[in-house]
Design a protein around this ligand. Structure first.
Ligand code: RAT
Ligand code: ZN
Length: 425
């Protein structure tokens, strides 16, 4: 039955977006098998690096080392006192903590940190994973699997089967960003016949390394975070490794190369993970990549707000490019709204408007709740514009489109079946 008015249409869109299962295509979450690498609970939520950065702003005299020397619980206490009690917690990262508590049924009004701690202490990891997946209605997440991290590499040695709710992504930053400094030595230690120069022998060694991890992890894509200075093609070890190793191996296994571009790493190293910043990047590099390698697939997200329009236009030119997410400093309501509106106008449903980037499992609850609300609003406006032309949108078409935006378009781009059963029907 057709919608009688725009209010009815909006209500249906909102409900559909609120309840659609999601494939979250980029997170830093892990399965239970990886032990401590999977972060969850109130102390992890409060010490999320986004909140650590905000806390330091209130203490010009606090030594960075003094903060890092505190226990996790002490750090969380300080963040709570500073950002939630001494000041109002309306920054997006703070608000997120409160959304999580509220979604778990905890009494946010009580401001009783100890009672929240008691709630988490009563849960086992397995139980809590089930609960968060259920409450967030996220069907599956993609991990960030970095073989250069020792604990992760060791984890893979004994892992037999990966929990099907967790997909894998092979993350290769050190291969591209620090080859000449130390990565070549690590590969050599691991038995690959490589040298510092990117010679034919090195190329073959790196390819073997990639093949080994792709066979082991079965990743959906290979990913890297790149600085604003990234150009392509470029006459550097990085440019050579991309061209001679990443591109052919990605094609061999038919997986995309995901470029996350725009991070100025460690502008304030004392802040640790919170010390990275943003810079304007070159969309032309992405266009060149897509143009020079038409038989490869590329995923891309960029960190600077100013790059978003160019990137969406690039995706109109290159069908081997799939744009995703409102990344990191862009994951704020005002910017999600602006970017989503612009992307829908330029790309229709052939985009993945959001990923969560969760580092703490519980964050699935807030990141997706907040984004669902914005996406529903933008989508309602867009269908409303169609309604005004006399176009009669059907409910099943809305369900189809929403399923595309929450993973369907991504899986189609990969050329793999969407694991969410009956998605969009
Ligand atoms: O958003 C973040 O947590 C960042 O620290 C990064 O991890 C970023 O998302 C990345 O994947 O490099
Ligand atoms: Zn990330």
């Amino acid at each position: 039955m057709a919608f009688q008015n725009k209010a009815e249409l909006r209500q249906y869109v909102t409900e559909t977006v609120r309840t659609a299962p999601i494939s979250d295509i980029h997170t830093h979450l892990f399965t239970e098998d990886f032990g401590n690498m999977l972060l969850w609970g109130i102390d992890e939520l409060l010490t999320y690096h986004y909140l650590v950065a905000e806390t330091f702003r209130f203490y010009p005299e606090l030594e960075y080392e003094a903060f890092w020397a505190m226990s996790k619980r002490e750090q969380a206490d300080l963040v709570w006192k500073t950002l939630f009690i001494d000041h109002s917690p309306y920054s997006e990262a703070c608000r997120g903590v409160l959304t999580v508590l509220s979604r778990l049924g905890l009494d946010v009004a009580s401001r009783d940190l100890e009672s929240y701690r008691a709630f988490f202490a009563s849960k086992t990891t397995g139980e809590y994973i089930d609960l968060v997946f259920k409450l967030s209605n996220v069907a599956n997440v993609c991990m960030t699997n970095d073989p250069f991290v020792d604990t992760e590499r060791e984890g893979w040695e004994t892992l037999e089967k990966v929990d099907p709710r967790f997909n894998t992504a092979l993350r290769i930053d050190p291969l591209l960003m620090q080859w000449g400094e130390h990565t070549w030595k690590r590969l050599k230690e691991w038995g690959y016949d490589v040298e510092k120069a990117v010679t034919d022998k090195t190329v073959e060694g790196i390819r073997e390394f990639l093949r080994h991890w792709i066979r082991k992890m079965n990743p959906l894509y290979m990913a890297v975070s790149l600085p604003p200075s990234f150009r392509y093609p470029e006459k550097t070890a990085r440019g050579d490794i991309i061209e001679k190793c990443i591109i052919p191996v990605a094609r061999e296994f038919d997986i995309p190369f995901a470029m996350m571009i725009g991070v100025n790493k460690r502008v304030n190293p004392a802040l640790g993970d919170a010390g990275d910043s943003v810079g304007l990047s070159d969309v032309r590099a992405v266009e060149q990549m897509c143009s020079l390698h038409p038989d490869n697939k590329f995923l891309c997200t960029m960190l600077a707000r100013e790059n978003q329009h160019g990137l969406a236009v690039a995706a109109r030119k290159f069908r081997n490019l799939h744009v995703f997410g409102c990344w990191w400093f862009l994951n704020n309501p005002s910017l999600i709204e602006e970017m989503t509106r612009m992307r829908f106008e330029l790309l229709g449903t052939s985009v993945t408007p959001q990923h969560s980037d969760c580092r703490v499992l519980d964050q699935l609850l807030y990141k997706w709740d907040h984004s669902r609300e914005i996406i529903a609003n933008v989508l309602s406006d867009k269908y409303g514009d169609l309604y005004d032309t006399g176009w009669k949108i059907k409910k099943k078409e809305i369900r189809r489109d929403v399923a595309d935006l929450f993973g369907g378009a991504f899986w189609r781009f990969l050329g793999k079946p969407n694991p969410i059963e009956g998605a969009g029907s």
